[in-house]
Design a protein. Sequence first.
Length: 105
Amino acid sequence: MSFDMFIIKRILFKPRMHSQIESAKIVENSNLDYTLLRLTWLYNQENNTKYMITQKGEPFIGAQITRQAVTQLIMDIIEEKSNKYIKTSLGVSEPNTDWEKPSFY
């Protein structure tokens, strides 16, 4: 285990570390190659693999995303085999769901 990974595991699993924002900052300031996924509300819908992404700093658009779509995004990132998403924080949602709340709420 690298020193960076040791430090991050140690910090992330301390009981006082509750904030996702603080955790993300630790990862972002490390020497690790990472891709952070910031997800909106998850739901199940068979065969719905549509997703859209926004970059950190852009307005987050979308109220929901299927679990299958998140899986599809992860597979697309892995299969792309490029550095396009290394050291990025991606907002992930379903296209055309820029609503106040998810449809199932």
